[in-house]
Design a protein around this ligand. Structure first.
Ligand code: G16
Ligand code: MG
Length: 218
């Protein structure tokens, strides 16, 4: 059966996208252009450096590599300030319950996030101890849809990819899980995450039986 579950962070365990949005919007406004919620959607699961490149492109602005570095750092400082005020109430419905039932069932758990701030976020919402392994943006070279982040998670857990289930809200993340040879549960909408093996609206819809059925399918 299933030996491990690997979770994306933003959009699966917590909704940090709202804080990314506020920080990127502030940066865009300081640079003299607007940044919309629709644009923020496109940055889900995308690395900080790549996100800035896209935002500058959308704003029609060019910056040197050194300036980009400074802008990314400035945005991250605002973001980290907000993240430091996060509380356990911000854990998305069903996430903690699922992690606890997985542990009770002897199924291993990992985080697989593009964020370099993943660990501090898990600490702030007091859920870090429910993950056996944390793979974050500091540990991977290739961004999703490359499967590296999830394969590193499986490897660190000592579990074959075929026996892992990935939970992801971003298209690139779903693709990464499939590219890694894992079962993928999409969190969001079916017509958006069509590559996923199963799509649900949140982790509250997942129990051990759902996972067993998923593993035995196809
Ligand atoms: C998250 C967010 C992205 C963010 C990325 C990097 O990915 O969805 O919007 O740009 O992390 O975050 P940071 O600037 O903290 O390194 P994930 O993989 O957790 O969904
Ligand atoms: Mg995500």
């Amino acid at each position: 059966g299933i030996a491990a579950c690997i979770f994306d962070l933003d959009g699966v365990i917590v909704d940090t996208a709202v804080y990314h949005f506020k920080a990127w919007k502030r940066l865009a406004n300081e640079l003299g252009f607007n940044f919309t919620a629709a644009q923020n959607e496109k940055l889900k699961g995308v690395s900080r450096v790549r996100s800035l490149e896209l935002i500058l492109e959308w704003g029609g602005i060019q910056k040197s590599a050194a300036e980009q570095q400074e802008l990314a750092t400035r945005k991250n400082e605002w973001y980290v300030d907000m993240v430091h005020h996060m509380t356990p109430e911000e854990i998305l419905p069903g996430a903690k319950e699922l992690l606890e039932s997985l542990r009770a069932a002897g199924i291993k758990t990992a985080l697989g996030s593009a964020s370099k701030n993943a660990r501090v976020i898990l600490e702030k919402v007091d859920i870090l101890s429910l993950f056996d392994v944390v793979v974050d943006g500091n540990m991977v070279a290739a961004s999703k849809p490359d499967p590296e982040v999830f394969l590193k998670g499986a490897e660190a857990l000592g579990v074959a990819p075929e026996r892992c289930v990935v939970f992801e809200d971003a298209i690139a993340g779903v693709e990464a899980g499939k590219a890694g040879g894992m079962k993928v549960v999409g969190i969001g909408e079916k017509d958006v995450l069509h590559e996923a093996d199963l799509v649900v609206s949140g982790l509250h819809e997942i129990d051990l039986q759902t996972l067993t059925n998923l593993y035995n399918s196809k």
